[in-house]
Design a protein around this ligand. Sequence first.
Ligand SMILES: Cc1cc2nc3c(=O)[nH]c(=O)nc-3n(C[C@H](O)[C@H](O)[C@H](O)COP(=O)(O)OP(=O)(O)OC[C@H]3O[C@@H](n4cnc5c(N)ncnc54)[C@H](O)[C@@H]3O)c2cc1C
Length: 341
Amino acid sequence: MLKYDAVVAGAGPAGSTAARVVATAGARVLLIEKRARVGYPVQCAEYVPALIASEVDFGEKSIALAVGTLVTFFPDGTVTSTPAPGYILNREVFDASLAEGAVKAGAELWLKATVEDLTDTSLIIRQANGRRQEVEAGVIIGADGPLSLVARTRGWPRATLAAAVQVEMALPEPMQVTRVYFDPLYRGGYAWVFPKGKTANVGVGLVSGEITPAAALTHFLRRLGWQQQNIVRRTGGLIPVAGPYQEVHRGRVLLCGDAGGFTHPVTGAGILTAILSGRLAGEAAAAYLGSGAPLATYEESWRDLLGPALARGQAGRRRWQEEWARDGAALSKLLRQTWMV
Ligand SMILES: Cc1cc2nc3c(=O)[nH]c(=O)nc-3n(C[C@H](O)[C@H](O)[C@H](O)COP(=O)(O)OP(=O)(O)OC[C@H]3O[C@@H](n4cnc5c(N)ncnc54)[C@H](O)[C@@H]3O)c2cc1C
């Protein structure tokens, strides 16, 4: 059986960051990714706040457009502008650069390799050649996204998920701001236009409701008056919206990123929190491997760094669930109290 100090499942932002941190501390790390190419296909609207640059190194090529302002369209017809400096990423390039960082730090990356099963100390991995390989691990880090096999196999319940659909389409005119649109129909969610230069990511995410996400997107494109023939790419995916699990470590298994529920419960943004929780999980794993420090230090460190913001998001999400209104004025009032607070 192969042996590693740490095995990380999933080479998204959370897993690549965790793998880089543990490998930098000198541990033998295996990073497992089921896709053939890290970060492809992209399933994301690609907005990150500017402060991400203080957390990770990424080159110019990872950035499609720098943006400064978020314009929010409320159901009662009011429109607000909020400073929201950030970037629309080229996520394919961004994710690949994070994985490259992990490999440069010494992690071994297996592509087209899928974690199929695990115990507290070992994993069954189906490799690119179809063979099943058993691997022993000192620590297992589950960074395998919203449908995390690591979490489900080790007894965590299925997360509450929003469903999102998105198209990338040619922009009728240049746009420098991000736009978010609320509508009573998009229950528990919203629609967005995030410009990338000549094109924009245009999508809708919702939790449940009278219409499917696909029907909501058709409704939204009609509202914008934009033509379906300008669509160049379609994507979509699932977003955890209930906040992190009460505990994100059990035995020798740690969860980070979407696998642990580390997205903002109101906005659904999860790239920065994936990187931050990945770093903290990596630091806890490195301390455990290096000096036997309890892995439970991860619970303290993520609560210190991310707890208050995510708890505010959870409170907002609960209100959206209970108070979402069909009436535009009532819904706008709720949104002003819970959106970007
Ligand atoms: C439509 C959409 C739009 C979004 N827009 C934004 C946005 O604008 N800004 C933002 O901040 N967030 C956004 N998000 C959320 C963001 O994409 C996620 O929060 C982020 O990708 C989480 O990173 P992660 O590393 O935890 O997981 P992921 O990026 O999902 O990476 C998990 C990786 O694990 C791999 N994997 C899964 N299972 C296995 C397995 N069994 N074995 C091996 N590998 C496995 C997957 O292939 C994947 O590469 C959006 C999400 C969606 C769906």
